[in-house]
Ligand binder design. Structure first.
Ligand code: FAD
Length: 563
């Protein structure tokens, strides 16, 4: 095994998506030394760089607006479970972050001199800013990367996979990591640690995720003693691309097409059908994600789906000129994929997209565990049982900025609590010799993804969830306690073993929380408990004690207190 390395910093930021980069910038601006670590390249892994659509923010640029209207929509979409403190923070501070991104040159689309704001489902008025053409996430990432690069006090470490957080006397005091490019273990001493590792949709067979989104941060937080909340609520994006084959483009790119051009969702008989499920569209795009997902799946089950098992999405009512005007070079990329939207519909179906659950945090983004903060999609609660479109990037920026500020404040008065002895268990795991075995970690990930898609998807039953938990038990038993592979550079068997360790824990948490919630609400639909029940208007928290997970119901934090 290569020699281990040791690094010291005031603030460790784990993950360099929108949340992590904003956190690093803010902590450094507040005077802290920052280590920004990512298992991918800095600012190029995770969801932020992939997002192509919109950012919800009450700028009032297009029509009069106020953060309180945005908050009211966010709370309504959350189906009674939204943590109002976090949602208020998201909505109230969104305009400042989006404004700061504007001064940094992100390039929000403009009309008549003001930032353009589009209508999106669940919002009561045009509120969603974007960068043309389908370039929002790449532009946000590029802008933040540029600011990170010019901010003094930030050290960047790509290819650094955080394997476990380190604790001393109940505080998080740093982390143990695997340097993927060399295979060397790395210990990190930090006065404050921010988990900004994004979501978990890699757990599912059909997902919009990058390979790094297997829920690492949830597992890290849980093992470090922090509670998670709302873990049963996985958002499925209703109109993920299904067919024909689409190369080099985001599978969820059809939403902005619908915002701008009013695409029609049709069944096999080419009829609009969402009205059948209580959500009429009339050519406008107003139906929320959970209802659209329900409508498409039910239509397919009724034998009225498109050939590949989804629905048709048609823009055949649009002229070639209108399409080009709205999406310019994107239409050329579609042509290269042999897709001419004036002549043919595409097929779409729900795809795992975002996670509403995450680590429980206060408005300073602190978890219950001293020294451990969270930001972005890693945080649970702000979106309740269902997220509004555009809220996730705003959440990443706002929560990232807040976490960076709080972490710097903590670091200012703190000493390093790191002790090498606390790293022994994690280092021991990385030092495992990887004795020869026939464990096929790639096949195991595929089995887990199939289990989650088939049994812990948008529609759940007690029987399906019990079957999923049994399959997770089997996979965990097969995985064993020591990593496969060797300690060399980019050893995929070792990396996948570590991925599976986290993915199986997080999958178990999602399935267990889904099994316990005996009702249907937002993104969690139980076919055996079809209605929303007043007694279930509670959040579920998940904790890990002695290697076992325990769940509890807690009252919803519905008070919209000033921050
Ligand atoms: C295809 C797609 C399109 C989307 N479109 C939109 C949209 O238009 N509007 C919107 O509001 N939301 C959208 N979302 C959701 C939104 O992009 C995300 O919720 C948000 O960007 C999350 O930001 P984040 O910084 O929390 O995490 P991410 O951007 O996912 O970054 C997490 C980072 O953590 C790193 N990481 C993970 N584990 C580890 C580890 N163990 N060690 C070190 N590093 C680690 C990853 O490599 C990654 O770089 C979209 C999501 C996807 C997948």
């Amino acid at each position: 095994m290569p020699d281990s390395m040791h690094v010291e910093t005031d603030v460790l930021v784990i993950g360099s998506g929108g949340a992590g980069m904003y956190a690093a910038i803010e902590a450094a601006r507040a005077g802290a030394s920052v280590l920004l670590a990512d298992r991918s390249l800095i600012g190029r892994g995770g969801a932020t760089v992939m997002a192509q659509m919109t950012v919800a923010v009450a700028l009032g640029a297009e029509t009069p607006d106020h953060w309180s209207h945005h908050l009211a929509d966010t709370i309504r979409a959350g189906r009674g479970l939204t943590d109002a403190r976090l949602a208020r923070l998201l909505c109230e501070e969104g305009p400042a972050c989006i404004g700061e991104m504007d001064t940094w040159g992100v390039g929000w689309a403009r009309r008549d001199g003001h930032i353009t704001q589009a209508m999106a489902p669940g919002h009561d008025r045009p509120r969603c800013a974007y960068v043309d053409f389908l370039n929002t996430g790449p532009a946000v990432s590029k802008t933040l990367r540029t600011v990170v690069n010019r901010t003094t006090g930030i050290r960047k470490a790509g290819d650094l996979m955080i394997v476990d957080l380190v604790r001393h006397d109940g505080e998080v005091s740093g982390a143990v990591a695997l340097h993927l490019a060399s295979g060397a273990p790395v210990t990190i001493a930090a006065k404050a640690t921010i988990v900004a590792t994004g979501g978990l949709t890699r757990l599912y067979r059909r997902n919009s995720a990058s390979a790094n989104m297997g829920g690492d941060g949830y597992a890290l937080a849980l093992r470090a003693g922090a509670p998670l909340v709302d873990m049963e609520f996985v958002q499925f994006f209703p109109i993920g691309h299904l067919a024909p084959r689409l190369i080099g483009m985001d599978p969820i790119m059809w939403d902005p097409f619908r915002y701008k051009l009013g695409g029609r969702l049709l069944n096999a008989a080419r009829e609009e059908f969402t009205a059948r499920y209580g959500a009429p569209e009339d050519g406008k795009y107003v139906v929320t994600r959970d209802l659209a997902t329900y409508a498409i799946i039910k239509e397919v089950e009724a034998g009225r789906g498109s050939p590949h098992g989804g629905a048709y999405l048609s823009f055949e009512h649009c002229s070639a000129q209108a399409l080009h005007q709205a999406f310019g070079p994107v239409i050329d990329r579609l042509a290269a994929n042999d897709i001419d939207l004036t002549k043919m519909p595409v097929e779409v179906a729900p795809i795992a997209h975002y996670h509403m659950g995450g680590a429980a945090a206060n408005v300073r983004m602190e978890t219950e565990v001293p020294g451990l903060l969270v930001a972005g999609e890693a945080v649970g609660g702000a979106n309740g049982a269902n997220r509004l479109s555009g809220n996730a990037i705003t959440e990443a920026l706002v929560f990232g900025r807040r976490a960076g500020r709080s972490a710097a404040e903590r670091a200012r008065g703190a000493r390093q609590a790191f002790h090498a002895a606390d790293t022994r268990q994690a280092l021991d795991l990385l030092g495992a010799d990887g004795a020869p075995c026939d464990l096929n970690t790639t096949a195991m990930i595929q089995t887990l993804q199939a289990t989650m898609a088939d049994d812990v998807g948008p529609f759940r039953t007690r029987a399906k969830l019990a079957r999923a938990l049994a399959s997770i038990d089997d996979l965990e038993a097969a995985l064993g306690g020591r990593p496969a592979g060797s300690a060399g550079p980019f050893d995929m068997r070792r990396i996948e073993w570590l991925d599976l360790r986290n993915m199986l824990l997080v999958a178990r948490v999602v399935a267990t929380a889904a099994l316990r919630r005996a009702e249907s609400r937002g993104a969690h639909q139980r076919e055996d408990f079809p209605g929303m029940l007043p007694e279930w208007q509670v959040n579920q928290t998940v904790r890990m004690r002695d290697g076992r997970i325990t769940l509890a119901s807690v009252p919803v934090l519905a008070e919209v207190a000033a921050q």
